[in-house]
Every structure is written in structure tokens, then in C-alpha cells.
Design a protein around this ligand. Structure first.
Ligand code: DQA
Length: 147
């Protein structure tokens, strides 16, 4: 059974109350529930994590090698700053999908730069909370999982 790891970076624990006009009113706990329902429907295992700490995210990516089939990462603002996350994702040989709730390319110029994109299979952004299940389907399609 494939196993997906969904990683959420800084400030995403505040979803629901954080700039709802940008990120919507859905909480991260509600997103996790949506993802778990979807994982059950698709017959896959799911790990879902959030951290505000770059080093914790790095450790989770390192531990994913051999444990998970694909990584979906909403790295929050670390997307635009973290060479360390890029190096970690590029090192563990797990297919990765970059995810954002908002359309980062329609926002400030500093959000147009991504250190995740060069080591990602692809990018899903701008679809709000629904992007999480879209990213799961994209990962499973890449893995050839038809369940
Ligand atoms: C985000 C976009 C980032 O630019 C921002 O720093 C976030 C959230 C998103 O999901 O739209 O924290 O990753």
C-alpha cells in the first residue's frame, strides 16, 4: 500500500483564522480530516505533520526515505527561503509535490521564487484546501496507484 507524507510548514497551524481572505476559513485539522477520508477512499496510508521549525521539517524529510512513497509539502514561507529544504528533498529520492493554498504567482514578487520547485515533480497552488486532495491524486497518479 503506498504511503503519502503531507508536510506543512510555518504558520499553517493558524489556518482558519490567519488571513482568511487569502487562505480560507478551513482549519489545518479540517484539512487533515479531508486528507484522511481521501486516503481511506483511495486505499493508501497517510502521515500528516506540521511544524514551525525548519530543522523539524528537515528531520521529517530525512526520515521519509524508505518509509513513504511520495511527499506533498506546503513549506509556507520556507518555500521562498530554504535551500536546506531543497537539499533535503533532493537527497531523499522520494517524489515530491509542492503545494500552496494560495496562487503564489498572483501575489507579491518574493513569493514567485521557490526553492522547492527545482526538486519537485510539480506544483499545485491556488485551489485552497482542495489542493491537498488534488496533490494526493497527483502523487498517486505518478506512483501508478489506481485504487
Ligand atoms: C503558502 C504561501 C506562502 O507564500 C506563505 O508564506 C504561506 C502559505 C500557501 O499555502 O499559500 O505561509 O504556502
Amino acid at each position: 500500500m503506498p504511503s503519502l507524507l503531507i508536510l506543512n510548514g510555518p504558520n499553517l497551524n493558524l489556518l482558519g483564522t490567519r488571513q482568511p481572505e487569502v487562505y480560507g476559513k478551513v482549519t489545518l485539522a479540517e484539512i487533515e480530516t479531508m486528507c484522511r477520508v481521501h486516503a481511506d477512499a483511495r486505499g493508501v496510508e497517510l502521515a500528516f505533520e506540521q511544524s514551525n521549525h525548519e530543522g523539524v521539517l528537515l528531520d521529517l524529510i530525512h526520515a521519509a526515505r524508505g518509509a513513504h512513497s511520495a511527499l506533498i509539502i506546503n513549506a509556507g514561507a520556507f518555500t521562498h527561503s530554504s535551500i536546506a529544504l531543497m537539499d533535503a528533498i533532493g537527497s531523499v529520492e522520494i517524489p515530491a509535490i509542492e503545494l500552496h493554498l494560495s496562487n503564489v504567482h498572483a501575489r507579491e514578487a518574493f513569493r514567485h521564487t521557490s526553492f522547492i520547485a527545482p526538486v519537485a515533480l510539480g506544483l499545485i497552488c491556488g485551489f485552497g484546501a482542495r489542493g491537498y486532495t488534488l496533490a494526493m491524486d497527483a502523487a498517486l497518479s505518478h506512483l501508478g496507484h489506481n485504487g
